[in-house]
Ligand binder design. Structure first.
Ligand code: BES
Ligand code: MN
Ligand code: MN
Length: 458
């Protein structure tokens, strides 16, 4: 049996149109990080409003925030029945570097059964499944709980305006469970349900040495070079075992016991395939932990960008005045983003030599999250996978971050179900991002099945 075959008659009958609509959505370059796309990001919200309307949603509103708007819609069939709050994001990462795309990022193209486009998987493809699920449920008279949607346009830049949006709309957002498709599964052979996400602290650092660029011959060796200093400071943030050296960095980290670690390492993972897919000879990370552990249950510190001095053609002998870096830390329960940002800042300033000045600018953050497996929603999702995939999904923690998950829990007391369908091969945030067509349709079918199970006996 081919487990990726679609069986649902309505989905089969309308699959070409579903795909064409997703293509229309993918053609809008809704890059939230870059203001040159501002009009396109707003236009994406309008597009979703129209599509929610066509699907049969009600109370559709484009709700302004200080940044990009949140699209709200619902379908309340009976106040006494449970309510699912679907969250997704319509903004995407910048498509750069453009020259590495085989086809343009905002001209969705099919190759080998995959849709190639920025946002194909993260998160337009996965978010749009939910709008088609609503249509499918309504057109087949199968909706037997309430559904609310909030689709935001600032996830990729840290969801900074979402906290006040939630605070101001607590009544509107009341629900029994939050449902998000913005994560992945281990593989189509081994479906999984994400049960944990890492948090994030993100800072920009600027090091200033002499007040102007200097001749590196006349001054080199006598004055602190901010690029050299920055590199030394960054290098000292980890020891030889790749442990982070910031004092108290690990204080709040919950260590898993041997049993829990053994369980998570049972997930299918082939190191050779992992290395081959990335074209690396060896993996690299914190001593004493496996690759699966390093990306899920351990905190990290990474430089995301570093610049300064002369980077043009040829050679220029210069001792630069300034050096910069963007540094992120992925966090695990129970680390707090604000606390870690503070610890980093204090320590980074303390290790700077006297000859330089240090400036720190915190960017967005997000808290780590653990989602429960003993809920009605999780069990419904597990049964749904059994029906549509023919396999029981295994719970798995993932390394990425979705700031809203812990916000929903803290502000509204609502737990989240992370029901994603992405694969490692989808290359989210990278050039040639893709989403398998079969996962798009199988995802729709699985979510339809989830609603069926979730609404039973209620
Ligand atoms: N959808 C991703 C997060 C993700 C992907 C989680 C795959 C688990 C598996 C999300 O859009 C994302 O990229 N989040 C950002 C965080 C944000 C604060 C910029 C991230 O993880 O870098
Ligand atoms: Mn996403
Ligand atoms: Mn993303």
């Amino acid at each position: 049996m081919n487990s990726m075959k679609i069986n649902h008659p309505y989905i089969i009958a309308h699959q070409d149109r579903f795909l064409e609509e997703l293509f229309q959505l993918l053609r809008i370059p809704s890059v939230s990080a870059d203001s040159k796309y501002k009009d396109d990001v707003f236009r994406t919200a309008d597009f979703l409003k129209a599509k929610l309307m066509e699907a049969g949603a009600e109370n559709i509103k484009i709700m302004p925030t200080k940044g990009y708007p949140v699209v709200y819609a619902d379908k309340i069939i009976d106040e006494s029945k449970p309510t699912v709050l679907v969250y997704g994001h319509y903004d995407v990462q910048p498509p750069d570097p453009l020259d590495l795309w085989l086809t343009p990022p905002f001209e969705p193209t099919i190759r080998n059964g995959k849709i190639f486009a920025r946002g194909a998987c993260d998160d337009k493809g996965q978010m749009y499944m939910h709008i088609k699920v609503l249509e499918t449920l309504l057109q087949t008279n199968a909706l037997s709980c309430n559904i609310k949607f909030i689709i935001e346009g600032e996830e990729e830049i840290g969801s900074d305006n979402l906290e006040s949006f939630i605070n101001e709309n607590k009544e509107l957002l009341k629900a029994d469970v939050v449902l998000i498709s913005d994560t992945g599964i281990i593989s189509n052979e081994t479906p999984s349900i994400t049960v944990g996400l890492r948090g994030l602290s993100y800072l920009e650092v600027a090091i200033t040495g002499p007040k102007r660029d200097l001749h590196s011959g006349l001054y080199g060796g006598a004055v602190a070079n901010p690029i050299n200093v920055l590199c030394e400071m960054i290098a000292s943030l980890k020891d030889k075992n790749q442990k982070i050296t910031i004092p108290h960095f690990y204080d709040e980290v919950i260590e898993l016991n041997q049993e829990e670690r053994a369980l998570m390492n049972q997930a299918p993972f082939v190191l050779e395939e992992y290395k081959n897919a990335l074209d690396i000879e060896e993996v690299y990370g914190e001593y004493g932990y496996t690759t699966l552990e390093r990306v899920a249950i351990r905190p990290t510190l990474d430089v995301n960008g570093i610049w300064g001095g002369y980077t043009g053609e040829g050679a220029k002998t210069v001792l630069p005045s300034k050096a910069f870096a963007k540094i992120s830390m992925r966090l695990v329960p129970n680390q707090s983003s604000a606390k870690i940002t503070q610890l980093f800042s204090d320590y980074f300033k303390s290790i700077a030599p006297k000859g330089v000045k240090v400036e720190l600018t915190p960017h967005h953050g997000g808290e780590p999250a653990i989602t429960p497996t003993n809920t009605k929603a999780y069990k419904a999702a597990s049964l749904a996978f059994e029906t549509t995939w023919g396999k029981t999904p295994i719970p798995m923690r993932e390394g990425g971050s979705i700031p809203i998950v812990s916000l929903f829990e803290r502000k509204l007391g609502i737990k989240t179900l992370l029901l994603g369908f992405g694969l490692d091969e989808d290359a989210i945030h990278s050039p040639n991002e893709s989403f398998r067509i079969s996962n798009f349709f199988k995802g729709i079918e699985t979510i339809v099945e989830f609603y069926k199970e979730f609404s039973k006996n209620s």
